[in-house]
Write a new protein. Structure first.
Length: 140
């Protein structure tokens, strides 16, 4: 039986220096020198990506007034507080945003929570029997 030809080239020894060249091992004269980059105009060390920058900005502390008292909260919490104020004043978009975020967070927390006990399952099943229009099967 004939073996298929692999795409990797066989390694060869350079005459004199004993160094193997081949796939993944270029000749010494073509390798990068120590401290020399293969991409000199690439991303500099310590440069931050967009998610890191946004995370740092949103976690900075700001001062807000609530009930006549000043307290420090993260910018993210401040945004949620402003959105809540707008929702309480009747802004429908703010209401929808907050309710959707709340439902999303609650669903993620309940999915990763502890499994339901036998008693909890029976309570939910009894509730589903009483209100069949809004019921779904209880997850194991």
């Amino acid at each position: 039986m004939i073996k298929p030809n692999n795409s990797k080239k066989a390694r060869t020894k350079n005459a004199g220096d004993g160094y193997d060249t081949g796939y993944g091992k270029p000749p010494k004269k073509h390798q990068f020198k120590p401290g020399q980059s293969g991409n000199p105009k690439g991303r500099p060390k310590g440069a931050k990506n967009e998610s890191t920058i946004l995370r740092e900005i949103m976690h900075q502390r700001i001062e807000v007034r609530e009930g006549g008292r000043a307290r420090k909260v993260s910018r993210l919490e401040g945004l949620y507080l402003r959105c809540l104020e707008a929702a309480l004043k009747g802004d429908l978009k703010a209401m929808a945003f907050l309710l959707n975020r709340y439902r999303l967070i609650e669903s993620v927390e309940t999915e990763h929570g502890e499994p339901l006990s036998h008693d909890e399952k029976s309570i939910l099943e009894e509730f589903a029997k009483r209100f069949p229009a809004n019921s779904r099967p209880v997850k194991e």
